[in-house]
Design a protein around this ligand. Structure first.
Ligand code: GTP
Ligand code: MG
Length: 202
C-alpha cells in the first residue's frame, strides 16, 4: 500500500493557466458543495488540516493543488449547486472548472463525489454525461457512508446504480467512502498508485 510521506499545499489557481506545470499525474475532486471533497482529500492523505473543510457549503472557491510525496497532485475544486452563490459567480465557477477539466493535460482521473444518501441528481448525471462526451476519465465516490448502516449503504449504492443503468452500460465505477471511518481510503490509494505507474507526460 502506498505510504503518504508528504502532503503539501502548492497553490490556489483562478484558471487552468495558473495551475502548476502539468508534469505530474493529477487527480481532481469534484462534486456538489458540501459533499465532502476537501474532507476526502484530508482522509486519503492522512493530513486532517491539508484542505480547508467547512459545514457551510461554498468553502472551496478556487482550484487548490496539493503535492503528495513530491510525485503527484490532488486538485480540490469548488463545488457546484450551491444556491446561495449568485448566478454570475456560479457560471464563472462552472466555466473555470470545465475549462480546467478539458485543458489539464496531466489530469488522470476526476473523482466525482456523490452523497451516498442521495438519489441521482440532475447535475451529477449531466456531469457524468459531459465527462463521457469529452473522454474525461471519472470515478464515482459515494461519501458520508458513516451516516448509514452498512446494510443501508449497500442498498443505497444498489439503488443508485440501478438508476444509472437506465443510461449507462456498464455503470461508471465507484467506491463508498467515509472520512470518519476511513472507508474507501485503501481502494482510492491503490487506484492512484496504479494510475501513477502508467502516467506519461503529454
Ligand atoms: P465545498 O468546498 O463547500 O464545495 O464542500 P466540500 O465538498 O469540500 O465539503 P467539506 O469537505 O468541506 O465537508 C462538508 C461537511 O461535510 C463538513 O461538515 C464535513 O465534516 C462533512 N463531511 C465530509 N465528509 C464526511 C463523511 O464522510 N462523513 C460525515 N459524517 N461527514 C462528512
Ligand atoms: Mg471544499
Amino acid at each position: 500500500m502506498m505510504i503518504i510521506r508528504s502532503a503539501e499545499f502548492v497553490k490556489s489557481s483562478v484558471s487552468v493557466k495558473d495551475c502548476p506545470e502539468p508534469t505530474l499525474p493529477e487527480y481532481a475532486f469534484f462534486g456538489r458543495s458540501n459533499v465532502g471533497k476537501s474532507s476526502l482529500i484530508n482522509m486519503i492523505t492522512g493530513h486532517s488540516k491539508l484542505a480547508k473543510t467547512s459545514g457551510t457549503p461554498g468553502k472551496t472557491q478556487l482550484i487548490n493543488h496539493f503535492l503528495i510525496n513530491g510525485q503527484w497532485y490532488l486538485a480540490d475544486l469548488p463545488g457546484f449547486g450551491f444556491a446561495k452563490v449568485s448566478l454570475s459567480i456560479r457560471s464563472k465557477w462552472e466555466g473555470m472548472i470545465k475549462s480546467y477539466l478539458l485543458k489539464r493535460t496531466n489530469l488522470v482521473c476526476c473523482f466525482l463525489l456523490i452523497d451516498l444518501r442521495h438519489k441521482p441528481l440532475k447535475n451529477d448525471l449531466e456531469f457524468m454525461a459531459w465527462f463521457a462526451s469529452h473522454q474525461i476519465p471519472f470515478y464515482l465516490v459515494f461519501t458520508k457512508a458513516d451516516k448509514l448502516s452498512q446494510y443501508q449503504g449497500v442498498l443505497a449504492l444498489k439503488e443508485y446504480n440501478k438508476e444509472l443503468s437506465k443510461q449507462w452500460e456498464p455503470v461508471p465505477p465507484g467506491v463508498i467512502s467515509s472520512c470518519k471511518t476511513q472507508l474507501g481510503k485503501d481502494i482510492l490509494l491503490k487506484l492512484i498508485e496504479e494510475w501513477n505507474s502508467s502516467f506519461v507526460v503529454k
